[in-house]
Write a protein that binds this ligand. Sequence first.
Ligand SMILES: [Zn+2]
Length: 466
Amino acid sequence: MANQALYRRYRPGSFAELRGQEPVVRALQNAVQQGRVGHAYLFSGPRGTGKTSTARILAKALNCTDLSSAGEPCGQCQSCLDIANNTSYDLIELDAASNNKVDDVRDLISRVAMGSPGKAKVYVLDEVHMLTPGAENALLKTLEEPPDHVVFVLCTTEPHKVVPTIRSRTQHLEFNLIDGDVLADHARWVVEQAGLEVDDDAIDHAVHRGAGSARDTLSALDQIAAAGGVADRLDAVDTVIEALGGQDYGPAFVAVHDALRSGREPRIIGEAVLDRLRNAFLCAMGADLSHLTDAQQETARATAALIPPAGLTRALEVLGTALVDMRQAPDPRVDLEVALGRLTRRDLDTDIAALLERVERLERRGPPTSAGSSDHDNPTPATEAPTPARRAAGPTSGHERARAAIAQIQAKQTEAEARSAAPAAGGSESEAAPSPERAPRPTLGAVRAGTAPATQPAGPEPSEAD
Ligand SMILES: [Zn+2]
């Protein structure tokens, strides 16, 4: 018991103990209470956010002999104890990542027909998107006509990779990354329960490393406790943020490379950086940061001071796109590294947002010089007298001229985008469509990371009613 990982030892055992997944808990607890539990669920969300723990709690609730009126399992009856000790016949877990063949699923399904000692038999298939097409078909047949006493819980970190025929036969419940303050509370509770000698600073560090995952937070806590303190406070995320602020990209690549080599997932690193940038952006916009821990608020303020708002928005865009691409990428490490390259080596990137950020960075370096004080900054030939209109509205410093030029390019882009979007939105074939040679060329913004065509296909807006 002493050597059992913290996240296993302090796994939530009841709906009340599940942290940060209130909508999911409410939906399941209501279903249990009202006897309306479905035959198949799809639990999707980042790793370590409680999907399989929730499936186990559901199995307890469905078989508990002393269920509370709120739909909460008692945790004391034989069935609850058997499930907690992994000795129950009513809970069958299969890791689809390593048992993805058609025979594995057939073997599982052959047992579905058999009776069950308890009231309900719960089959949990983890990483269900890893099933081979044959295995998916075998599963689909059972999902079409499930026996009354069977509940399937399909878990996945990649719901878009689960075939639509399976998805459509399940109730989809989405798990979210868990808020920092919720994780910090949970970590403090675990430290107290386990009698660990870990200070608040180390807890903040673990929460930071966990990046919204309860499992990763407790694993980090395990490591800190084992090492007798925080060994390296400067992790990959810190170095990347520093590189984004100071443009010294060497250490960022080394740190990210080391983190990947030590087994951290590229998406988790990307999401952690994104999370940090988002907090800084909210801070820069003066938003309420009360959902963050004190340490996270401090980090958000420091990051906002380091990276100007234009830099934050651009980094959020580039990383966000990379994270979406990573889901389909054969090697997500490449997407992460390319995104970091584009963000830290601004000379590699010539899009408008990068230019705007460079201007903003220049402006931050010092106040722009006034029009009269520097000819170097305002090389308008003396022979060309500015008109009153130009004097009133025209840009006066180099930075302002750069901004004005960028604004002009952006206006042209918007115009071009509006032109290209108009026929698609109009939909009427009888209206004069633009001739091919008049069709606008792809804009810089669209070419950048292919965002425009990839994420905004021309066509009707997706409806909100869903
Ligand atoms: Zn019970």
